[in-house]
Ligand binder design. Sequence first.
Ligand code: CMC
Length: 391
Amino acid sequence: TGAITLDPGYKNSGSCKSEITFLDGEKGILRYRGYSIEDLAGKSNFLEVSYLLIFGELPTAAELDKFETTIRKHTLVNEEMKNIIDGFPKTAHPMGVLASLTSALTAFNPKSVNVSNEKEMYDAVCKTMAKFLVIATWTYRKAKGFPLNYYDNTQGYVENFMQLMFSLPTGPYKPDPVVVDALDKLFILHADHEQNCSTSTVRIVGSSHAGLFASISAGVSALWGPLHGGANQAVLEMLEEIQANGGDADKYLAKAKDKNDPFRLMGFGHRVYKNFDPRAKIIKKAADDVLSSLGVDDPILDIAKKLEASALEDEYFKSRNLYPNVDFYSGIIYRAMGIPTEMFTVLFAIGRLPGWIAQWKEMRVNKEPIGRPRQVYVGETVRAFKAVNER
Ligand code: CMC
């Protein structure tokens, strides 16, 4: 079998060849299918970018229309799914509920499990884009004890996120265009990030030929952790804690540097970006724009800026190349939009969905072998068995 190369955390191991996302951590470059993240966030929209990631090219007007129409065709979620939601306590974290509901979609859509041709793949993609958005918002409605909303096929995909979350029985809900634009941009910035923890999970689960929903459900669980997507919630909770304790950002910097303290500065550091995270740059500016267009004056933003400035000056952070990542400012925007903190990671999941789908599809189309890492065994060698009364 030859020698096994040990690489905990896969810091230097490529798991696949991919044509989807290019990332240069030293230069802070991120491109989807060759298009820069700055261009896409500034000029495109989330559904177009989703199409680009999944199918490889920016859609023509006709292709985009077909994509949107097919998504709209699949926006109803089986009513029996509501029985599953009813089984959860109201206090359940939305990410846990979302992972379960995504997995349950398999039972209600058995045809999407084993796609064998392009048409089935296309339908499975559109079905996933449609139903995932709806169930993602249902996790919030459930927590609030509100009736679950239906997708409004007269509105766009991102508008529907707001409508599904917040509409009341008093009439049609029209979200603020400033919020929709900002959300669209945030979804684009989260849409893919090559072989990160949740995406690698989606690929490895899918490599056993488990279906799309099962693979994505596993991705949701991986994203939930505070070192990954859960960081956006953790950042805001950290900033609120700093605020509640008198706004002393330096005290938290000291805690983050203390090796005897498990506390880490949430929203700082990245496995791959070692100079800056290009997404964080765009988001920082968006946070300023959104807060001023919405007329929100949030002292949390000032704490975040102070914390960032101090960390960037600090030898500990400088020597370890620790910079604000995508999650550092996103929560501040979500908060200004009225999105509750425990939904932040769900928003990350909605944004990341096309990336997960694209990576799953690429893995299946390329007929990649089952993912099966090896190990270096360091346990006992051979031991003689002892009966229980002899131990
Ligand atoms: N605060 C304090 N120290 C840190 C931090 C931080 N946020 N991040 C890394 N370090 C230190 C770490 O203790 C280590 O120090 P030393 O060399 O003295 O042992 C050094 O920097 C290298 O860290 P690492 O843990 O070996 O790096 P990694 O590539 O394994 O981890 C990370 C990357 C993102 C998990 C980590 O930086 C972290 O925990 N950050 C906070 C959580 C966070 O913001 N996550 C979101 C990541 S971006 C979006 C996403 O992926 O979802």
